[in-house]
Design a protein around this ligand. Sequence first.
Ligand code: SF4
Length: 387
Amino acid sequence: MLNPADIALAKTQSGQRLSDSDAYALTHLAASDTDALCEAASGLRDRVHGSTLTYSPKVFLPVTNLCRDRCTYCTFRKDPGEAGEWTMSPDEIREWSERGRRLGCIEALMCLGDKPEIAFRGFRGLLASYGAESTADYVRIACEISLDAGLLPHTNAGLLSGPEMKALRPVNASLGLMLENVGPRMRAKGMPHQYAPDKDPAARMEMIDEAGRLAIPFTSGILVGIGENEAERIASLLALRRSHERFGHIQEVIVQNFRAKPDTAMAGAEDFGEDQMVRTVAMARLILGEQMNLQAPPNLNPDAHRRLIRAGINDWGGISPLTMDYVNPEAPWPHIEALRETCVAEGFTLEPRLPIYREFINEEFVDPAMLPRLERFQSDLDGAVAV
Ligand code: SF4
């Protein structure tokens, strides 16, 4: 007799949507079932995404590394006056954007700490000197500069309110916020988000849903290996699926693995193992379905590219020829040509994409101010790929 996990796997092979209990049943699969899991996941991916894998050529703009949160694994955040504290000036945003454009980047990733103006009074003065009323307002100005320099912004500025997202929509191709984990346990005493109020999962889900109400193409994902268990990972994927099924706005889901960084409280914690990562990616594909764009960061998994392809990803996320990964400075981006060779060896082509997936480039999901620009970028890219 088949057990519930085998029944769930069989369902995915016949194209059926997994129920919540099917999804949890996958956790009963043994480690020795990972190949079967990957086979089902890659089969599902192939049905819609065929033999194309994508990446987004980007310039990473760390608009400010001030942050009011204190996640115990983070080396990105700084306090005012601490060595390495940095808020990019408008001139720096322009200069980096222009250099990125010259190097063939399309995306300007605006990545920054959460709500620094609430925690640090002095930062408000700096924002005012740049003509901004808040951090989100400064990001809007930065997006305008990057747009003017010929890039397409994608903003991940932490928790944003509805009005803040509304103001950013006309100057962004898409917005993003990692859910990380939907379970409240990560905020408990001694856990990585104890001192990170903006990592409250209910608030993050509310923002993700609100982005849906505002018809904003949205990137989210889960952070794995920070002390959560497999059932909590499944619950997080189901929460993202629920939001997407309600609003249709989640354009991609990232499975991002924890990597321990020196000089942090979690420096001694074990990295998320490769087998676990592969298993989680495959489960994400089975739960999120064939249409979803599923991404795993290649720089955080330098030895697992082939296995991640076999686990059902169809995208590698942003890769920069210019700037490092400021959130994971120890993990260099792969060379595009080396990544392309790996993709080809697995039977796939590797193609650049915009920071908005083509299925979202329409009047429903894009502000009229941005639509012609995005259509032009997509058609230029299609022309370049066809040549
Ligand atoms: S991970 Fe993000 S929210 Fe947490 S401390 Fe670092 S910058 Fe702030």
